[in-house]
Design a protein around this ligand. Structure first.
Ligand code: 5AD
Ligand code: SF4
Length: 468
């Protein structure tokens, strides 16, 4: 694999991609050409796609939702579970077919899958019609790779030594709310997880750079920022400066941007000070995504999660008691190798006790190269599927109950736009991250308004704008 020197790459990055901004001829090259950009996976990838899109648009491409209409296909991939991998190779089949009709089509693959050596080898040997493979540490190289695409595979993936890139430019999805990276990578090495290998070791951005970005967004009319990291509570631990996530959060709150959110939290790094800051500032939203993964202390140990069932429950209780009306959601994996019925029942027990507002639930998926992949598993898929079903029933019961508490209440909602499902309705999110479909006038888009909740479903609320 081609792994260029990162120091050299840094030098190029510091110059941003001015070479595009200042050269009008380049833009013409792809005028009237269309791009199809497909994003898989987490918010990190969604935000990376905002960078990818910026480059595509700078090169003159315009967007299309129809792959068959496109002149360049960019797949921003996820490696976290096997099915994400299968979906990407499904799309590649369509690209192969399309390329027969349109030999000029450029096919580019980025994201976490391209950081996996075995995937890159698979592309090399079985998918020769792919033009570009780029990694998560060198997205800024994409314009050059596209300009140089010669109809033969060009692989430019950096190893995991990545530094923090500043001055990144984005074509953001929204003019109302924005993602802000506060760190890259992860040092936790949970035994089932591929992220530390695909995204590299933890690298925090300097606090002043993050604050600059937030202030800039606020000055440009943004109402909400979400601070992004695989493990935000560990923010700063890799920096020489003596500051942590609590300090960062407080400083972001002090910019007075109307809403501050953050994902994802890890129970291990969650300090009392962080809870106090979240409770203290009105513009820090009372919503926390706090992955549990398993309720069994035995499985948690095998997962390398560094907390027990009891410690999770204690933290949960503390957050609930200190942060008024907080909503807490979680991630749970069922069927980790050798998870017994008793272990699974421990997970159900935590769900019963916590009554989460919602949860993302997954069947364990073996990831090559992770420590858990070496454990011989004695549990069959059918048992895992049955456990997932049972878990989901319980999760859904509690999300509905959590939503029902909002009935007839007046809540603040940041209106984001027109509902995709019903064009006569608006949609937005409460402070606690509940999706609300709203009856009201379009002039409210971009505003934080009072909404009276008229109906509560399992996954959303209905409401109408009121003036009180
Ligand atoms: N199998 C199943 N789920 C996984 N996750 C991460 N790795 C795996 C895996 N190998 C889940 C975790 C994590 C979420 C983003 O994805 O629950 O919190
Ligand atoms: Fe993966 Fe664990 Fe890091 Fe989350 S904290 S990204 S699950 S290694």
């Amino acid at each position: 694999m081609n792994l260029p020197d990162l120091k050299e790459a840094r030098k190029r990055t510091d110059k941003k991609v001015d070479y595009l901004e200042n050269d009008n001829n380049i833009k013409k090259i792809f005028e009237n050409k269309k791009y199809f950009l497909k994003t898989y996976g987490c918010q990190m990838n969604v935000h990376d796609s905002e960078e990818i899109r910026k480059y595509l648009e700078m090169l003159g491409f315009t967007s299309t939702d129809n792959l068959e209409d496109s002149d360049i296909v960019v797949l921003n991939t996820c490696a976290i579970r096997e099915n994400a991998h299968d979906k990407v190779f499904g799309y590649l089949g369509r690209c192969k077919h399309l390329k027969k009709e349109k030999p000029g089509l450029i096919v580019a693959i980025g994201g976490c899958m391209s950081q996996e050596e075995n995937v890159v080898n698979e592309i090399k040997t079985k998918h020769p019609y792919v033009d570009i493979v780029f990694g998560t540490h060198n997205i800024n190289e994409l314009p050059k790779l596209i300009l140089n695409a010669k109809g033969k595979l060009d692989i430019e993936v950096y190893s995991n030594e990545g530094n923090v890139f500043e001055n990144v430019i984005y074509s953001r999805d929204s003019k109302i709310k924005a993602w802000v990276n506060i760190m890259y990578g992860c040092d936790k090495f949970c035994t089932y997880c591929i992220v530390p290998y695909t995204r590299g070791k933890q690298r925090s951005r300097k606090m002043d750079k993050i604050l600059e970005e937030v202030i800039d967004l606020k000055n440009n009319g943004y109402k909400e920022v979400t601070l992004l990291g695989q493990n935000v509570n560990a923010y700063g631990k890799d920096l020489e400066e003596n500051y942590d996530f609590a300090t960062l959060l407080e400083n972001v709150a002090k910019t007075n941007i109307e809403r501050v959110r953050f994902v994802t939290s890890h129970p291990w790094d969650f300090t009392d000070e962080m809870i106090d800051i979240i409770a203290k500032y009105e513009n820090i939203m009372p919503y926390i995504h706090l992955p549990l993964q398993s309720g069994s202390s035995k499985i948690l140990k095998l997962m390398g999660r560094r907390y027990t069932k009891e410690e999770y429950l204690e933290l949960y209780k503390k957050i609930k008691s200190k942060v008024k009306d907080v909503a807490i959601t979680t991630d749970i994996i069922v069927g980790f190798p050798n998870e017994t019925e008793e272990d699974f029942n421990e997970t159900l027990d935590v769900v019963e006790k916590c009554k989460f507002d919602g949860a993302y639930t997954f069947i364990y998926s073996k990831r090559e190269g992770t420590p858990a992949s070496l454990i011989k598993d004695s549990i069959d898929l059918k048992t895992k599927e049955e456990r997932l079903y049972k878990l989901n029933e319980l999760i859904n019961k509690y999300s509905k109950e959590a939503n029902e508490k909002y009935l007839d209440k007046n809540v603040k909602v940041l209106v984001e736009g027109i509902s995709e499902k019903d064009s006569t309705k608006l949609f937005g999110y409460t402070d606690t991250m509940k999706l609300v479909n709203i009856t009201g006038d379009k002039s409210n888009i971009g505003k934080i308004v009072n909404v009276k909740i008229t109906d509560a479903k399992s996954f959303s609320l209905d409401g109408e704008i009121c003036n009180g």
